[in-house]
Ligand binder design. Structure first.
Ligand code: ADP
Ligand code: MG
Length: 221
């Protein structure tokens, strides 16, 4: 019976997720449909194409974030250099950082081996950095630190942004929980899933108006 309970619990989570995804995708789809009808009828100019692209991008993001959990079996773990993965992500995010007056400060260790899926870990680090940048509307520093223990690797992301109120901390990682106007509320849930599937841990500490620290541990080797 315990197994059955777990199974039905899982099914209900899947159901909730499916309903959530459908809902989240239907909103931008409805907007897009409206725009195409208006453009076709000649009632608005094609100046609205920019807005349509925003909505399309939103759908694209939701779908691509879900790809990660849709195919958990296909995930292959291989040995990769975590240092290179993090540096790649930092470079990839640099443009977004510069545009927001944000600077990355990092102290990383080189040649750190980790059994992982490169694309997934990149997605985790990108989500975290994206949130950190978004949390600092007037710019500032984001610190990225990496430390190696015998059995595990620790990666720390610290921003000095708006922080998260205590009562909200427990809701982080809940699908579709977002405080942003154009947020999906899927980023942290995906991060949790991925880190879990790597036998790692993810811990979030935050103080309103002070900033947020996210500590990830992964098995070393
Ligand atoms: P999204 O970014 O689309 O809102 P996430 O799952 O990435 O979804 O984040 C959920 C919520 O957690 C955000 O809307 C924000 O309120 C909060 N959050 C996440 N990271 C940070 C951070 N570094 N600083 C402040 N708040 C954060
Ligand atoms: Mg996010």
């Amino acid at each position: 019976t315990e197994e059955m309970m777990i199974r039905s619990e899982k099914l209900s989570i899947v159901g909730q997720l499916a309903a959530g995804v459908a809902h989240e995708i239907r909103n931008p789809l409805t907007t897009l449909k409206g725009f195409t009808q208006l453009i076709k009828a000649g009632k608005i100019s094609d100046g609205y194409i920019d807005l349509m692209q925003v909505e399309l991008e939103r759908i694209n993001q939701i779908v691509s974030e879900f790809m990660v959990i849709a195919k958990p079996k296909d995930v292959e773990l291989k040995r990769h250099d975590l240092h290179r993965i993090i540096v790649d992500v930092i470079h990839f995010m640099e443009m977004q950082a510069i545009m927001n007056n944000v600077e990355f400060k990092y102290s990383l260790q080189e040649h750190v081996c980790c059994l992982c899926n490169e694309d997934q870990l990149k997605q985790v680090f990108m989500n975290i950095l994206k949130n950190a940048i978004e949390a600092m509307p007037s710019g500032g520093f984001i610190e990225i630190a990496m430390a190696c223990e015998i059995d595990r690797i620790e990666i720390d992301f610290t921003d000095h942004g708006v922080g998260i109120p205590k009562e909200m901390l427990s809701r982080l990682g809940e699908p579709f929980f977002t405080t942003k106007e154009t947020g999906t509320g899927l980023g942290l849930m995906i991060c949790h899933r991925i880190i879990e599937s790597h036998n790692g841990t993810m811990q979030i500490r935050s103080k309103p108006k002070k900033g947020t620290n996210i500590k990830i541990t992964l098995p070393n080797g």
